[in-house]
Design a protein around this ligand. Structure first.
Ligand SMILES: Cc1cc2nc3c(=O)[nH]c(=O)nc-3n(C[C@H](O)[C@H](O)[C@H](O)COP(=O)(O)OP(=O)(O)OC[C@H]3O[C@@H](n4cnc5c(N)ncnc54)[C@H](O)[C@@H]3O)c2cc1C
Length: 41
């Protein structure tokens, strides 16, 4: 798999960054060691 951006962590910051990249049509992947929203769900 090839991608331009790797985001480490699907917390607030990671999910917000993913949303911003998606709005700009920038390919990326979010890696989360636990679950999405792991620390605050
Ligand atoms: C019990 C509790 C209740 C809270 N309640 C509220 C609330 O009601 N309202 C509010 O605004 N804030 C609340 N907060 C604070 C809020 O959770 C944090 O401010 C916010 O989560 C910070 O976001 P972040 O993306 O910076 O970090 P995090 O949410 O911590 O996200 C980081 C993510 O990265 C992942 N990660 C870390 N290292 C790696 C790695 N090496 N590889 C892969 N993944 C990795 C973690 O598993 C985590 O999911 C609460 C916090 C706690 C602990």
């Amino acid at each position: 798999m090839r991608t331009s951006v790797v985001i480490i962590g699907a917390g607030h910051a990671g999910l917000a960054m993913s949303r911003c990249l998606a709005a700009r049509s920038m390919d990326h992947v979010v890696l989360e060691r636990g679950e999405v929203a792991n620390s605050w769900k």
